[in-house]
Ligand binder design. Sequence first.
Ligand code: TRP
Length: 332
Amino acid sequence: MKKKVILSGSTVTGDLTLGNYIGAMNNWKKLSKDYNCHYFLADLHALTTAQDPKKLQERIFSFFAQYLALGLDPEENTIFVQSHIHEHAELAWILTCLTPMGNLNRMTQFKEKSQHTSNINAGLFSYPVLMAADILLYSADLVPVGEDQRQHMELCRDIVVFFENRYGEGILKMPEAYIGKQGARVMSLQDPKKKMSKSDENEKNFVSILDTPKKIEKKIKSAQTDSDTVVSFDSENKTGLANLLTIYSVLSEKPIDDIVKDYEGRMYGHLKVDLAELVVETLTPIQSAYADYMKNKDYLEELMRKGAVKARVRAQETLKNVYKATGLVPRS
Ligand code: TRP
């Protein structure tokens, strides 16, 4: 039986976080066994906010290297850079012409983002259409996304319907959001009710996988916890502490109950010091692998090229079918 296609993208802003690391550890190996996985760096999406060209290019390499350093295997998965597959922009245009302004106007992320910037460009507005193109180009069955992308996923599904109404069925695959089995979710350090995010404005909220040991210690020590003194796991009332215990448990591979026992009669501070040490220990080999990759840009470029060659096969096939359906003449 053919494996289902998973596709996920990550906008190249910020650096990956401890949350990404834990999510990755739990998921990548398992997923690549059961699914045909595609991961890409959404560099075109990054252009919706003003980017310094030099920094953007450095960041694209850096992101690619971070993924590899975290253990994403370029043989078992298709890893590529969005802009290297020109079909993304082409399909996005066709879909843009099918998407009513009204639907885009309802996107809460656009509303929110445009409140925080004076750079309200058309790309920012049509961002979700490019995202739909990313997904539909690969006929993805499942798209792992966070809560914040749900509305964009719904729009993507609506766009399939708009397309089918105009051009017929069987050309674009209807995708579904993939909500993985509830693994460990790493929360923000200062605001543990929300997810740890690399694009958080407050950098105290996340540990970047490239943070120095000093920074890591500082961030973990200052993580928000309650004023109680007994270490126990209570995700309702002691959300901050529960988050730290979760991270501790995943990284040490110890059950949470055992960790709670270890800290009987000791204070939160002890737990934080040990956790910081554990995080540093975990990230050190990743940082050194990252540094090695970054020293070898030629190799990174080679992997980007190979990834694009693999990805292009599906992308070209879809675009050809879309061209035919829309009355454009497919490129020969
Ligand atoms: N918009 C997504 C985010 O900010 C990134 C993204 C772009 C994406 N294209 C995608 C995610 C396609 C999944 C599928 O997180």
